[in-house]
Design a protein around this ligand. Structure first.
Ligand code: IMO
Ligand code: MG
Length: 443
């Protein structure tokens, strides 16, 4: 029983990459369980910045095995590029990366379908990353998807691609742009070559994970996206097409819920969202622009400016419940260093009534007005703090107030993108869960 899940608690981009990279010091394996190239996890080591899309954020640690699980959808061309870039930077990818042979593949038709749908509608646009992620999960659920294991079947591949192309064309209303509609023969040939290059990494990752867990390994299950983007629990239909909540770790990796010991939620000290959909605490004004500038809130996958706003305790409470989060990692804390006052949303008001839980209907959520509690700012540089006690009193008050309104402890506070810009509270759950560094445990 040494599986831990790291899950996004808002709309993605919470800084999961940094937290996973940090906790990896105390883990043996990091396993991605969902999403695909729509994820963008940025990690800073020294003055080097790495933007990862498919590959788990543990890859920068030398002795950690990284797994891309069956629940992930893979764009093999872009994954191979990511592998090449890391290799070029001297990272040990060959030794440390394993990919599930049950993972589904993104094909050009999927990307074309995603693009056409987004461009074809006036209202009801989702604001997807246009990387074909949604249509690929549709093929999976529709049982005509292509999996990594299919790339070993030279004789049957073209026929499978042909069937998939036909159904995806029809899902796009037969409007696939020609550049995303290559002949199935061409796609089969390209994908066979991708398959050959990926072969050294492929394995039955569920078997691998279960065997390693049996032997006492610590496995960090890395979530992509966030709770509010989960297909079931997020702000549907403005969500991604996979299970980004903690439950997705079991289906996306092939490990039992009984294996999981705890869930760590990553939470920004404010809120952001990319793409369309309701966002009650959004600040489409000077405050929002200042947050965007200070937090460098531009998508690492698409470069889009992120929508920015204040902290929403309803979103956080909901995430804590859905994922049973028992420890929060509060990130991008230093972004708030410059503000005189910092509002947090403690409830919503809808048509004169107070709401304390998130409504299911996006139209209702859109019409909700935040009930604010305004906290004093601290106007000091927190990026130098190494212990909770080093923070200014108003900053400590902000953290405590968040803990009270959300009902969950904050065990980690990240005060800069760097590894050392981090406070780990020694009395927190996280210190009890992952007490020993890997090297010490193995020595
Ligand atoms: P990480 O892992 C932020 C959003 C898109 C869009 C919606 C659906 O970096 O936190 P999709 O392409 O998945 O069909 O788009 O989901 N989205 C993300 N937003 N961070 C992510 O990942 C996201 N992955 C998808 O912007 O609104
Ligand atoms: Mg992102």
């Amino acid at each position: 029983m040494s599986g831990f899940v790291v899950v996004g608690s808002q709309w993605g981009d919470e800084g999961k990459g940094k937290i996973v990279d940090l906790l990896t010091e105390r883990a043996d394996i990091v396993a991605r369980y969902g999403g695909g190239p729509n994820a963008g996890h940025t990690i800073c080591v020294g003055d080097r910045r790495f933007a990862l899309h498919h590959i788990p954020s543990g890859i920068l640690r030398e002795n950690v095995l990284c797994v891309i699980g069956n629940g992930v959808v893979i764009d093999p061309g872009s994954l191979l590029k990511e592998i090449g870039d890391l290799r070029g930077a001297g990272v040990r990818v060959e030794e440390n990366l394993r990919i599930s042979d049950r993972a589904h593949l993104i094909l050009p038709y999927h990307r074309g379908c995603d693009i056409v749908r987004e461009e074809g509608v006036k209202d009801g646009k989702i604001g997807t990353t246009r990387l074909g992620v949604g249509p690929t999960y549709e093929s999976k659920a529709g049982r005509y998807g292509l999996r990594v294991a299919d790339l070993a079947n030279r004789a049957g591949l073209e026929e499978k691609v042909r069937a998939l192309a036909r159904l995806t064309r029809s899902a796009s209303g037969d409007r696939l742009p020609s550049e995303w509609d290559p002949s199935p023969g061409e796609v089969a040939a390209t994908y066979l070559e991708y398959g050959a290059r990926l072969t050294p990494f492929l394995t039955d990752t569920s078997l691998l994970l279960n065997e390693r867990l049996d032997r006492g390994s610590v496995v960090l299950c890395e979530g992509a996206q966030g709770t509010m983007l989960d297909l079931d629990h997020g702000t549907y239909p403005y969500v991604t097409s996979s299970s980004s909540t903690a439950g997705g770790a079991c289906t996306g990796l092939g490990i039992s819920p009984i294996r999981l010991e705890g869930v760590i939620g990553v939470l920004k000290a404010y809120s952001t969202r990319v793409g369309e959909g309701p966002f009650p605490t959004e600040q489409d004004n000077d405050s929002g622009r200042r947050i965007r500038e200070r937090g460098r809130e531009f998508g690492s996958t698409t470069g889009r400016p992120r929508r920015c706003g204040w902290f929403d305790a309803l979103v956080a409470r909901y995430s804590v419940m859905i994922n049973q989060i028992e420890c929060l990692a509060l990130t991008l804390f230093d972004v708030l260093d410059a503000f005189d006052e910092i509002p947090i949303c403690v409830a919503y008001e809808h048509q004169g009534r107070r709401l304390d839980v998130l409504p299911a209907d996006p139209a209702v959520l859109k019409a909700c007005r935040p009930v604010w509690e305004v906290l004093p700012g601290w106007k000091a540089d927190t990026s130098v703090a190494r212990r909770f006690e080093d923070l200014p009193e108003a900053a400590r008050h902000y953290v405590r107030r968040l803990e009270q309104t959300v009902g969950c402890e904050v065990g980690i506070i990240s005060t800069s993108p760097q590894r050392d810009g981090t406070i780990i509270r020694p009395q927190g759950r996280i210190a009890r869960w992952l007490p020993v560094r890997r090297e010490e445990r193995l020595a």
